[in-house]
Design a protein around this ligand. Sequence first.
Ligand code: SF4
Length: 438
Amino acid sequence: MPLRPPAVFIETFGCQMNEYDTELVRSILKDSGYRFTDSADTADVVLLNTCAIRENAHNKVYGHLGALKALKEDKGLVIGVLGCMAQNLKKDLLEENSLIDVLAGPDSYRALPELLEKAAAGRKGMAVDLSEYETYTDITPDRIEGVAAWIAVMRGCDNFCTFCVVPYTRGRERSRELDGVVREAEALAASGCKQVTLLGQNVNSYRDGTHDFADLLLAVAEVRGIERVRFISPHPKDFPEKLLEAVAGHPRICKHIHLPLQTGNDRILQLMDRTYTRAEYLALVDQIRTRCPEIILTTDIIAGFCSETDKEFADTEDLLREVEYHLAYIFQYSERKNTIAARKYADDVPAGVKAARVTKLVEFQRGISLKKNLEMIGKTVEVLVEGEGKRSRDQWMGRTGGNIVTVFPKTDTSLKPGSLTSVRITDATVTTLYGEAV
Ligand code: SF4
């Protein structure tokens, strides 16, 4: 290791799990003497923590690599690609793009210090083996302290939805032990964190041999100092009554469920191998709303999956109308290398049709989101203050238990980030509630 520790700049793409993994990588590298910087210009090492789930995330990474070329030529920058894209493309990436010195997949971050040391000496390397056991449970993520934090409670996925690359890039499902997760939540609470989000590709599959996900959720909700617990994402195929009971019954478990639908058409659901039907999904929504009427539901949608007809697409729009989600993340299907869909089905919906379907659904959903938010006017909600508003330092910004961004004036001087306060809603847009502290 040189006298002055090398400076690392990490750029993170994709989902919350990747954000969490970046915190793990920071911790691993910090322990090996690396320091961190906030731009590629001042870095000796640039790591791109990548996502392979959608084509545009993929393209963005290639764009960033191109932008690093000059820096590499100027000062011999070491460039590493981490995460799902590294895992999925393996050797292709090393061979095709000589800019890259290091590849490390999601189960190989412990190998990074050695890989980077070798790269600094001019030797490229990669570590992309998937593990059945790696959960990094002994590593404390190097977080930027704040009022909210993520905790990964399981890694990998065994579901093999036909469109999804995650089972190939993140490997088999494995869960951390409940005690380890609770200790992490206790440490977070001690550092001032008020909200934790439990992360897993399919959290209802969580099993540590003794406990299921509902046990874990309740245990974390009992950690003194943690005011709110969230989780993403459950799979609609197995949403046990016990978990619903926990969400509905515990005051510190947020009344928000992100329930990925993907499509409202039965034939497409079957092609995606989602293992539930439209009717079963709707029955679950009913069950959730009956048990917990104040629940906020959000979802993920893929438009333009292989062979989806206009009529089948209309079933998705129709389901959005019926369920009235508070928010939906809507994407067009993009074929991912190695997935079952890539091997079995033709990606035959024209790009223009996919784009038009996304635009149509986004517009439609915006109307629903606005309607739902306008219905909040006059109600009083509990908000966890996260910081100052983006538009004005005279405003606080926080979120409701249902995860809706809420902005209100700083009239109460006792509030600070991390405070929970009641806010009476006076106005709303598609994405934001406005109100006053009461
Ligand atoms: S449940 Fe399906 S969509 Fe979610 S990570 Fe697993 S394979 Fe992918």
